[in-house]
Design a protein around this ligand. Structure first.
Ligand code: ADP
Ligand code: MG
Length: 676
């Protein structure tokens, strides 16, 4: 038998069953062995009745202590009742229709009863427990199953395989010893047929380690396989000139990030760097500094933004900065007319523009450059890895900078951006006042309107966000529009109120954003299109309606639109949802403005799968590791990956051969190791 054998050749499987296994995503013997249980019923340590938890099933070991009474309720409905005794007390057990079970229940014989123990002052009973022989006093796996293929059947097939075949252990002996990991054989038996929770724990530990080790090793080798040469050299020659054009001084953190990037960009190797900084930390200025230096050294830069509004805003920022510098920027988005597009593209190819700013329209269309030196993608979490790499083909090994607010925890970023070097802008520009956040319900909505009006009267601006989680939800759209029309005529009569939503034409959006940025619009009613990147420092107040409909990271992004200037800012979360969980989540928002904390909490609440979006990160799926809980193993596995890389950078040692193959299959390409 081999790992890549199809499962239909396993004894007792055959065509029909194989189909069912395929439905579970299990096609090969190897995949079958890695089809881990999703949970276990622990029958290994039966409890006494008095120890039984009141809220969940457990396993009791007891002797049949009475005759089994048969009660005929009606046609074809029989109830069996009997007492069992655990050595301390009696429990009354009821079974429904299970004649074959009832027949086994000899007086005095001991069994395991798995179920919920119901206890009142006067009685102790179990209704329809599962009944097992004492020989089955073990930990029983529950598999992801499908109709026609239950846990028991799956377990049996796995047993058949494990009796005759154990795959080679991809973790070298020395590594296992160092990290205290059991062998693959022990792990597979332990995870599929545990005899105790301890054995299960050891098995799980080994398999989680292995998974995180493969993942991090793969990423590490991918990183090291990055091209090692680029003709693009960008120096810091023009940096002082850029600083003199900037209306403020770069913060230390910004300057550091700029320097790290410039160092990379003048190293002769292509840069792949992530600049991570909380909303409002000033990432745009970092990108601008680099694009400026690139331009002065004769290289073009392309800057990609996830939305048209944001691209437009970046373009404006750049235009202001570059006014008298002779460096030319151009905006290229989906809404540029065909004729203009053709003209711009030609000019880009001729090198007339130094900086091209746009949405992914830039990426999808056939834009070509004369001397592309730097690619910047803003708010990267919106783009997948593939989009990232498809851009690099537009130049001759250009440098790549990815900018992201911090909507993901550090560990996640290691995975999501594992192939990148990371710079962190850890501080906000000076003089920012922390945003105060409050949670209210609609009974005091009017008071919050008063509060907003006070601020507008003082010359400030504000946002009201209506939830439109999917921009396609037409009913939400209708309600946002209605909301806008209503407050414009009533509570905010006499004020200048604007509306912004995703269904508007780019031109309209643009006009609204311009009017808001210039202060002409005082209060902007908006859907989540403002979530990303919008920068109007005079906006200091935000009311978020139906706040419960947003995730924590999204709320953080929204809130990041205020608190960007010298004035104190306030965010009001409005929700009538009374549920405990919702309350806690929203109260958490009131307790911190730290993006990392928000991201961690969000991950904890939503789990990693949801967090990363299914497989859009282009990395192998995690089958057993849980990133919110297995942090320690994650770190240990990361260290092991680095050690491996330093001792065998090409995985050529014979003891690592099996490992190399596993990782290559996992990452679907063996090419990254430079051979095959
Ligand atoms: P983000 O990191 O969220 O993209 P932005 O680049 O939009 O943040 O910057 C947020 C605001 O901070 C902008 O108004 C920008 O002009 C301002 N800003 C950036 N850097 C500094 C600085 N060093 N000093 C003062 N203000 C700054
Ligand atoms: Mg930004």
């Amino acid at each position: 038998m081999r790992s890549d054998d199809n499962i239909r050749y396993i004894k007792g499987v055959g065509e029909k069953r194989a189909e069912l296994f395929y439905q579970l995503g299990v096609e090969s013997v190897g995949a079958l062995l890695r089809h881990y249980p999703r949970g276990y019923i622990d029958r290994s340590h039966p409890l006494k009745l008095r120890e039984a938890p009141f809220d969940r099933p457990c396993c009791i070991k007891a002797k049949v202590f009475s005759e089994v009474r048969e009660i005929y309720v009606r046609h074809k409905m029989v109830i069996y009742k009997f007492f069992a005794n655990d050595g301390e007390e009696n429990v009354e057990i009821t079974l429904f229709n299970q004649k074959w079970v009832a027949e086994k229940l000899e007086f005095g014989k001991e069994f395991l009863f798995y179920g919920l123990v119901n206890r009142t002052l006067l009685s102790c009973e179990m209704s329809a427990p599962e009944i097992y022989d004492v020989s089955e006093q073990n930990v029983c796996p529950i598999y992801p199953q499908t109709a026609g293929l239950n846990s028991k059947a799956i377990s049996k097939v796995i047993k058949t395989v494990l009796e005759q075949y154990i795959p080679l252990d991809p973790l070298p002996e020395a590594l296992r010893q160092k990290y205290g990991l059991v062998s693959l054989k022990e792990a597979l038996f332990g995870i599929h047929f545990p005899t105790s929770m301890k054995q299960l724990e050891n098995a799980r530990r080994r398999l989680v380690f292995e998974e995180l080790f493969f993942l991090q090793t793969g990423i590490l080798f991918q990183k090291s396989s990055r091209s090692s040469y680029t003709p693009v050299r960008i120096t810091d020659r023009a940096l002082d000139e850029f600083k003199s054009l900037l209306p403020f001084n770069l913060t230390e953190a910004q300057a550091l990030a700029v320097n790290e990037c410039l160092k990379d960009m003048n190293s002769g190797r292509p840069m792949s760097r992530l600049v991570q900084g909380d909303v409002g930390s000033g990432k745009t200025a970092v990108a601008a500094a680099l694009a400026f230096c690139a331009a002065r050294d004769g290289w073009q830069t392309v800057i990609m933004a996830p939305t048209e509004v944001l691209a437009g805003q970046h373009f404006k920022t750049f235009q202001n900065l570059l006014q008298n510098s002779g460096i030319k920027a151009v905006l290229l988005t989906g809404s540029v007319t065909k004729a203009n597009k053709a003209r711009i593209k030609e000019a880009v190819l001729n090198g007339e523009y130094d900086i091209v700013i746009g949405t992914h329209a830039v990426l999808q269309e056939d834009v070509r450059f004369k001397r592309l030196g730097l690619i910047v993608t803003d708010e990267q979490h919106r783009f997948g890895v593939e989009q990232r790499t498809s851009l690099t083909s537009k130049g001759n090994e250009p440098h790549m900078l990815v900018m992201s607010a911090t909507p993901i925890p550090r560990t996640m970023s290691l995975i999501f951006y594992g192939d990148l070097d990371i710079s962190i802008i850890g501080t906000l520009p000076k003089g920012r006042q922390p945003i105060k956040t409050y949670l209210i319900d609609s009974s005091i909505r009017k008071r919050s309107y008063n509060y907003i009006r006070d601020h507008l009267d003082q010359g400030r601006q504000g946002y009201i966000v209506c939830p439109m989680v999917e921009e396609s939800e037409t009913t939400d759209l209708a309600s946002a529009v209605k909301y806008y029309e209503d407050i414009k005529e009533n509570d905010f009569k006499g004020y200048s109120v604007g509306l912004l939503h995703g269904k508007m034409k780019p031109k309209e959006k643009d006009a609204v954003m311009k009017a808001f940025a210039s202060g002409e619009i005082q209060l902007l009613v908006s859907t989540t299109v403002i979530e990303v990147g919008i920068d109007v420092p005079n906006a200091v107040i935000m009311l978020i309606e139906n706040a419960e409909r947003f995730g924590l990271s999204q709320l953080h992004q929204l809130r990041g639109r205020i608190g960007r200037g010298e004035h104190a800012s306030t965010c009001i979360l409005l929700s009538d949802r009374k549920g405990n969980e919702t309350r806690q989540r929203l109260k958490f928002m009131c307790s911190t403005t730290d993006g990392f904390k928000v991201a961690d909490e969000d991950l904890r609440l939503r789990g990693p799968g949801d967090f990363l979006g299914k497989r859009q990160h282009g990395l192998p799926e995690l089958k057993i590791a849980d990133l919110s809980e297995d942090m320690e193993l994650f770190r240990a596995a990361g260290n092991a990956a680095k050690e491996l890389y330093s001792t065998d950078p090409h995985l050529r040692k014979p003891e690592n051969e099996c490992l190399r193959q596993e990782i290559a299959t996992l990452f679907k390409t063996a090419k990254m190791y430079g051979y095959n």
